[in-house]
Write a protein that binds this ligand. Structure first.
Ligand SMILES: Cc1cc2nc3c(=O)[nH]c(=O)nc-3n(C[C@H](O)[C@H](O)[C@H](O)COP(=O)(O)O)c2cc1C
Length: 391
């Protein structure tokens, strides 16, 4: 954000991007912070606002490169005449302009200025340089200016909704799941040994969380059933229910299954539970506990047996006989797709941010996805399962 009165409109822009499932990091010029306080944007974005090129306690990584590493798109709204000039001429004399010059992704510029400034030939030339370099320029619009004494004309910043549409278009964000209810399970389950100990597994929940988030971004109404012990916070844009045991996971899935269009089961549900968990903490001196195991319910198979119009996708973690195992599971469990994941591969390790999945369905040859981030994998998964969604 740069120093024009239209910064106030960007409050709504930030809030709306977050409401629609995006993460926002706000970078402000000093002039921009004269109009709206950085505190407002820190609160609206849920992230610290970056303003200072040389903060008192510098972070480990160069601050001007951080948004470039992190962001999918850079939006300059409002863009002042001054800032547009700096962009066009490669000037990087503050944090905001240094961020822009180091950003390699798509850039949207939303100019906002008085009509006399917008008419200035230098501004016109600078804008055409930016267009030629592939920047997306949104607006400005004609109409009343913010100041009561200012003459109407061309120069006011486009409304946030128009900028949002451009962001969605530039990111190729589809809303193909709009009107659909999607239930996603993620994370590990925990089976108690006694009130303080449990048996669990290494699932981080990252894959399921990424799937839930991308479904929400594509317009779905998402319910995430998440095993306690999954890492970090669940995505803000989905309704999350936290469960502990395989039995709790099963009840929660059953409760939400009837009304959903799609169930994606990524959770690493324990195959066994302990029949005789102790009521009080087991004492060490008593010796090794006598633990009896019983098989837990196969939730995916239950969903396959009980589905009406729902599409069902299961994840299978196979360390050997990958394809064969997945194809068997697909038939036995009567589901639409099994997503195969081999955690012994370095790029697919537990808790990592990247993965390599293979999508196995009855109606097509297996689709091997490239190694990619879990977010990218989630999107590719949805590109491939929309055909199973009815109506
Ligand atoms: C009240 C007021 C409103 C302003 N509005 C704008 C504006 O809408 N667009 C613009 O280009 N400059 C506007 N300016 C001038 C910029 O704030 C000034 O050029 C500043 O140097 C821009 O700094 P920045 O590009 O680093 O944010 C305004 C100045 C004031 C005092």
């Amino acid at each position: 954000m740069t120093g024009g009165i239209a910064v106030y409109k960007s409050c709504y822009l930030v809030r709306e991007i977050r409401r629609q499932g995006g993460d926002v990091c706000v970078v402000m010029t000093d002039s921009a912070s004269e109009f709206v306080s950085p505190l407002t944007f820190a609160t609206l974005s849920g992230n610290p606002v970056l303003q200072d090129m040389f903060p008192e306690s510098p972070p480990e990584n160069p601050i001007h490169l951080q948004p470039s590493d992190w962001g999918d798109i850079l939006v300059i709204a409002p863009a002042t005449a001054n800032f547009i000039g700096k962009l066009a001429n490669g000037i990087a004399d503050d944090l905001a302009s240094s961020v822009c010059i180091s950003f390699s992704g798509k850039v949207i510029v939303a100019p906002a200025m008085n009509p006399r400034m917008w008419d200035n030939p230098a501004v016109k030339d600078n804008i055409s340089i930016l267009r030629k370099r592939g920047f997306e320029v949104v607006g400005p619009e004609s109409g009343e200016m913010a100041g009561v004494n200012e003459n109407a004309g061309e120069g006011r910043m486009s409304e946030p909704d128009k900028i949002l549409r451009q962001i969605r278009e530039s990111l190729a964000v589809t809303d193909d799941l709009s009107g659909k209810s999607v239930v996603v399970t993620s994370g590990p389950t925990r089976e108690p040994i006694d009130p303080v100990r449990f048996v669990s597994n290494r699932s981080s929940g990252k894959m399921g969380d990424a799937i839930a988030k991308q479904a929400a971004l594509r317009g779905a109404n998402v319910t995430l059933i998440r095993g306690r012990g999954a890492e970090g916070e669940p995505p803000a844009e989905v309704k999350t229910f936290v469960v502990e045991t395989a039995a709790e996971m099963s009840s929660a899935v059953k409760e939400h299954f009837t009304s959903c269009n799609l169930l994606v089961m990524t959770a690493a549900v324990s195959d066994w539970s302990i029949t005789n968990p102790a009521k009080s903490k087991l004492k060490k001196h008593v010796g090794e506990p006598d633990i009896q195991w019983k098989q837990t319910e196969d939730i995916l198979a239950w969903a396959g047996q009980n589905r009406t119009a729902q599409a069902v996708v299961g994840f299978a973690l196979e360390t050997s006989n990958h394809l064969e195992g997945a194809q068997k599971k697909l038939k036995e469990k009567n589901v639409d797709m099994i997503v195969l994941n081999d955690p012994t591969q370095s790029h697919s390790s537990f808790g990592g941010d990247s993965t390599k999945l293979t999508l196995v369905a009855n109606d097509k040859a297996p689709v091997e996805l490239p190694v990619c981030t879990k977010k990218e994998a989630a999107n590719k998964l949805f590109d491939n399962i929309s055909r199973f969604l009815q109506g």
